[in-house]
Design a protein around this ligand. Structure first.
Ligand SMILES: Nc1ncnc2c1ncn2[C@@H]1O[C@H](COP(=O)(O)OP(=O)(O)O)[C@@H](O)[C@H]1O
Ligand SMILES: [Mg+2]
Length: 403
């Protein structure tokens, strides 16, 4: 931290803002809502979605469509790009085509998802109070009455399927089958390739009349996507090539995830601006990586259920003398901690389950070591510094006595 007084620091932050010296021209260009004019490497998918929806412009019905692929492969942006243009064409030709978009993860409830659909046909739905069936009926009536042809993009449907069963999808596909006049076309998007296994077969066959897979981008493709964004986002025609190369390399290391890359570039630029730097450099990207990781860990830690928090604390407890500890030791410590704060002690089996979940979240790592004639034991260590865990868990008053 700087040794300047807060008022001096604030002054210089504001002066910098006033002087108009920015690295970023337009930070909206790097936001997740932004839809670029051009989407390189996705021409095939754009054309394909366009061809599926085009019959609507002839007043004909079209097939439902399912888009899937890993996160950051451009599914959302391609779908929005195509429906925006479809809506423009329909508008300039005075056609009764409406487009709607809803993200099931963001909207959370079936009710909210349907409200997004209702809004697209100028139907207002009270905030609460109606049954899902009733809301759907009103939407269907309105679509029929006005003879609308509606394209409904339902993003992250895997979320809907896993959390509320696929009832809503079932009802939607059924309603669209029975609609006349008017028409409802569904474009489902999923980040999870396995989600089809969870779907009701009737829903699946209706939804996947056509399917389109989005492959991961290569590191080189990510780089050129970032370069294209950077040309619009950064001031004075300065493209911070070295920083962009680093963002692309880091984001491409698991699978070609354009979202991670764009987010990393945006946060790096924010770091640089906050520092008052003239240019975005690799060091800002490195700081941004740490910041993203810290935020991820913060979110993961603070949203853990109480029992999982206690299990994590038990692991940290045995870390003092031995760098790693066995399941047995963890359970012992866990038992003590539960008694100290007066909560239920779960069975060893349930605790093992929680241990696996912590592992999956990347908060702990376990390894199996062979210990001579006693066979093999599992050793568990926390991947998170104890200080950070204490800091975040201190928000939970129940845990105070054992921190
Ligand atoms: N081909 C592309 N050209 C330009 N930007 C892209 C491209 N593909 C993805 N992006 C950008 O990368 C980010 C992630 O894309 P998104 O469509 O949200 O991925 P998905 O929905 O598959 O998880 C968004 O900011 C998006 O604008
Ligand atoms: Mg998406």
């Amino acid at each position: 931290m700087s040794d300047k007084k807060p008022e001096e620091m604030l002054d210089s932050i504001f002066d910098r803002a006033l002087s108009g010296k920015h690295i970023l021209n337009d930070n909206h260009v790097l936001s997740s809502e932004y839809i670029p004019e051009k989407l390189p490497f996705r021409e095939k998918q754009i054309v394909s979605v366009g061809q599926t929806l085009a019959p609507l412009l002839k007043g004909m019905k079209c097939s439902n469509l399912l888009l899937y692929g890993k996160t950051g492969t451009g599914k959302t942006v391609v779908a929005r790009y195509v429906i925006d243009r479809l809506a423009q064409k329909a508008h300039s030709n005075n056609m009764k085509i409406r487009v709607a978009y809803s993200n099931a993860r963001v909207s959370r409830t079936s009710y909210r998802v349907l409200t997004d659909l209702a809004n697209s046909v100028d139907l207002s739905i009270p905030f609460t109070g109606l049954s899902i069936g009733e809301v759907l009926q009103r939407i269907v009536n309105k679509i029929s009455q006005d003879g609308y042809f509606v394209v409904f993009v339902l993003d992250e449907i895997d979320y809907l399927v896993k959390t509320h069963s696929d009832n809503l999808l079932y009802e939607l596909t059924r309603s669209s089958d029975r609609l006349s006049p008017g028409f409802l076309c569904l474009v489902g998007i999923s980040n999870d390739l396995q989600f089809k296994d969870y779907l009701d077969p009737r829903v699946l066959s209706s939804l996947s009349e056509e399917e389109l897979v989005f492959p991961p981008y290569t590191a080189e493709e990510i780089r050129s996507i970032l370069l294209q964004r950077a040309e619009m986002a950064f001031t004075g025609g300065i493209t911070p090539t070295a920083a962009i190369n680093l963002c692309a390399a880091l984001a491409g290391s698991e699978h070609g995830d354009a979202r991670r890359a764009v987010d990393l570039l945006r946060i790096s630029a924010e770091v640089a601006e906050r520092e008052g730097a003239e240019q975005l450099e690799e060091k800002h990207v490195r700081i941004a990586v740490q910041k993203i990781e810290r935020d991820r860990v913060n979110d993961a830690l603070s949203s853990l259920p109480l029992q999982a928090k206690v299990v994590l604390l038990s692991i940290l407890r045995c870390g003092d003398d031995d760098s790693s500890c066995s399941t047995g030791t963890v359970f012992e410590k866990y038992h003590n901690l539960c008694q100290k704060i007066g909560i239920e002690v779960l069975t060893q089996r349930r605790v093992s389950g929680l241990l696996s979940e912590l592992d999956l979240l990347g908060l702990t790592s376990s390894s199996v070591v062979s210990s001579g004639r006693y066979g093999r034991t599992k050793k568990i260590h926390s991947s998170i510094p104890i200080q950070l865990v204490r800091e975040i868990f201190s928000e939970d008053p129940v845990l105070t006595p054992i921190l």
